[in-house]
Design a protein around this ligand. Structure first.
Ligand SMILES: Cc1cc2nc3c(=O)[nH]c(=O)nc-3n(C[C@H](O)[C@H](O)[C@H](O)COP(=O)(O)OP(=O)(O)OC[C@H]3O[C@@H](n4cnc5c(N)ncnc54)[C@H](O)[C@@H]3O)c2cc1C
Length: 282
């Protein structure tokens, strides 16, 4: 089996155009598992981890985070610590230290698992995924790109270059949380992120995403609207949680897991919001 390791973006794109059926490989923490389980039988691999553009994090007008940046690098990035600590916090909950040393942002997005930990954080941060094909570059928001479990709408020959997002302002309040069946090395039973601005004690521009709750990443617009322009308040946070729970039910219908997830979503959302509000207190 052919294993290609391009060292430049142009080379990666032309190899991908030449071999559209090859599997793109980054850290391999999803690909190798799927291959071992017989769910993937690639004709060849295109390893993108040596492409310099995909390895960078930079802060210009917006922040760019390359697709091949690992979770460990996200956790340790001084740039993200200063301007998007939410993404670093989400990355720190992925797998184990060994997994975080290999698992990449692009792999987390393209794998499109409903339980992926970076996806709610990126969605709440309003990140745009930058995708490059032979024809040029396009950008997509995560709720548009991810269409269902394992279904990332990339065209043949397209590669995720990275994500762009706006730096958090000083007034930004945020939180990330995750519930698993155990405390370490746990796949999320529920995860989520919130980002909001605090202006004169009121919440503005609220962006709330709860993951492992629907088939694809969703912003909970009803709950966001309830919170917009209001003062942080425990009862309000609970009502926002109830709105999230109701929206999950509408999105998924009643399922086996609903008896667990619907009540948990209420408390989980309220806790996310309380933690974000607490982060704003001196
Ligand atoms: C033991 C274990 C624990 C885990 N725990 C967690 C966890 O707690 N939270 C969590 O979110 N995930 C977890 N995962 C899943 C996995 O580690 C993540 O999804 C990881 O981010 C995938 O990144 P990767 O670089 O390893 O992807 P890979 O396995 O290399 O690739 C995954 C998919 O993305 C595609 N791809 C990769 N890079 C690109 C690109 N630049 N452009 C287009 N397509 C691309 C590949 O073709 C493949 O389809 C765990 C996995 C294991 C094995």
């Amino acid at each position: 089996m052919e294993f290609l390791r391009p060292q430049a973006l142009e080379e990666a794109l032309s190899l991908l155009a030449e071999h559209p059926a090859y599997t793109i490989l980054a850290g391999g923490t999803d690909v190798v598992v799927r291959r071992r389980e017989g769910r993937l039988a690639p004709e060849g691999y295109l390893d993108v981890t040596l492409v310099p553009e995909l390895r960078e994090i930079w802060n210009g007008e917006s922040i760019f985070v390359g697709a091949a940046v690992t979770c460990r690098e996200l956790e340790e990035s001084p740039i993200l610590a200063a301007v998007c600590p939410l993404l670093a916090a989400a990355a720190s909950t992925v797998g184990s230290p060994q997994i975080r040393s290999r698992a990449t942002l692009g792999g987390n997005v393209a794998n499109a698992s409903p339980a992926a930990d970076l996806i709610p954080a990126l969605t709440a941060a309003d990140a745009q995924v930058v995708i490059q094909g032979r024809q040029g570059t396009r950008r997509a928001a995560l709720p548009d790109l991810i269409q269902g479990p394992g279904r990332c709408a990339l065209e043949p020959g397209e590669l995720i270059l990275g994500v762009v997002l706006e730096p958090f302002r000083e007034t930004a309040r945020w939180s990330f949380d995750k519930i698993g069946r155990r405390n370490a090395l746990a796949i999320a039973r529920m995860n989520g992120a919130v980002v909001l601005e605090e202006e004169g004690g009121q919440m503005r521009n609220v962006r709330l995403c709860v993951g492992a709750a629907a088939r694809r990443p969703v912003r909970f617009r009803g709950a966001e609207a309830l919170l917009e322009g209001q003062n942080p308040d425990k009862d309000l946070f609970r009502r926002a949680g109830e709105a999230v729970s109701q929206a999950i039910l509408e999105e998924t219908g009643m399922r086996e897991s609903s008896r667990y997830k619907l009540p948990v979503a209420v408390e989980f959302t309220a806790r996310l919001l309380e933690n974000a509000a607490r982060r704003g207190q001196a």
